[in-house]
Design a protein around this ligand. Structure first.
Ligand code: NAD
Length: 351
């Protein structure tokens, strides 16, 4: 096995996560040659961490030893760095969101075609255990056929960092977290999308969305709500999933939650009215104990290789990428459609 020599471009939060947390577990496949960050203090930090610190992108791209780069810089810089790297004959791992829009992505993809180098976007949340549970519910119908999926991430810390607050750097929560949640849904649901509606929140007064909610209707009938918030002092569950035979909640990344299905028992007496507020209701009374069963959430498994193992096989053996550029392109097209739906205050057709 010949390791791939890599350099990290952008040695901030995520750049250092790639180099100092993920790749140390992949030493058979990858050799970290060094980093390049425009900020001197990050170059210094890189040296402290035992990496060579290049002082320019050109010096990285001119180094014949370097076979691949990992781009973990602010979103607006991905396109130029990717194109320069591909043209210099390097394979590229690029952080999400791949670019600010479809046009930029298409410029990269044209160069991928021309250079025949590997370009793979780090949509790492396809391996998240909570997502894999949802995918298991979808594929193996533990709660029947799914017809409503609500996927949310909510925090109370506002938009983090500096560049994420500004439009010109590709800030905002749709591009930051939205791209992950939309990528998960589109990767899982094998159906085109018919309709898209969305709204943004600007509670914090930035020029970018500090949260959003989007409604997607898939052609196979599934409806999805995708929501991101940064001013939520009390959170809703990470996933709320309704199927024809039951309902599941995955509360958080700790995978706590509930799965309740119809028991299928016959001759169950009708629910009795309960007092609700100042009134009575039978409709909203809890189902009787015989009518439902509380089950464990199933665990899901990614039957595809982990990201870097796959990237290695794509580069060295011409394997199929798990994250395909057409899939990334489809998510980017959806993001553009969401921006358009917000701007026009309309429900738009898609696909
Ligand atoms: P960050 O601000 O912590 O780090 C970015 C670094 O890039 C900084 O050190 C900055 O000095 C450097 N930089 C800026 N322009 C540069 C250039 N032209 N050349 C070289 N270095 C440059 O940001 P971050 O949180 O690490 O985010 C970086 C990227 O990673 C973003 O695209 C973000 O969306 C992505 N990200 C992905 C995940 C994930 O789970 N996949 C998580 C966090 C961030």
């Amino acid at each position: 096995m010949k390791p791939i020599n890599v350099v990290g471009i952008g040695y901030g939060g995520m750049g250092s996560y790639h180099l100092d947390h993920i790749l140390p577990n992949e030493t058979e496949r990858f050799h970290v040659v060094g980093t390049y960050d425009i900020r001197l203090e990050r170059q210094e930090k890189s040296r402290e961490m035992g990496h060579k610190a290049y002082d320019s992108l050109e010096s990285v791209l001119g180094d014949k030893e370097v076979e691949a780069v990992i781009i973990a810089t602010p979103n607006d810089s991905h396109k130029d760095i990717a194109i320069q790297s591909l043209r210099a004959g390097k394979h590229v791992v690029c952080e999400k969101p791949v670019t600010l829009n479809l046009q930029e992505l298409d410029e990269i993809l044209a160069v991928v075609k021309e250079t025949d180098k590997v370009f793979m976007v780090h949509q790492n949340r396809r391996w998240d255990p909570d997502f894999l549970i949802t995918r298991e519910l979808y594929q193996n119908e533990h709660i029947g056929e799914l017809f409503q999926i609500e996927s949310r991430v909510q925090g109370a810390n506002g938009i983090p960092g500096d560049w994420r607050h500004e439009k010109k750097y590709g800030g905002g929560m749709l591009l930051d977290w939205g791209v992950h949640l939309l990528d998960q849904l589109l990767f899982m649901i094998d159906s085109p999308i018919k309709k898209v509606a969305a709204d943004f929140s600007y509670i914090l007064g930035n020029d970018v969305d500090d949260g959003f909610i989007s409604y997607l209707t898939f052609q196979n009938g599934i409806k999805a709500i995708v929501e991101v918030g940064t001013t939520n002092f009390v959170k809703l569950p990470r996933w709320y999933i309704k199927g024809t035979k039951g309902t599941a909640i995955i509360k958080d990344w700790d995978l706590s939650g509930e799965l309740v299905v119809r028991s299928g028992e016959e001759n169950i007496s009708a629910p009795k009215p309960i007092k609700a507020g100042v009134g009575l209701t039978k409709t909203m009374a809890p189902p009787s104990e015989e009518a439902t069963a509380l089950l464990e959430l199933p665990r899901g498994k990614a039957e595809y290789d982990p990201f870097y193992k796959n990237f290695y096989s794509v580069v060295r053996e011409g394997a199929e990428p798990v994250v395909k550029n057409e899939e990334v392109r489809r998510v980017m097209a959806l993001i553009e459609k969401i921006f358009e739906a917000v701007e026009k205050h309309q429900i738009l057709d898609f696909e």
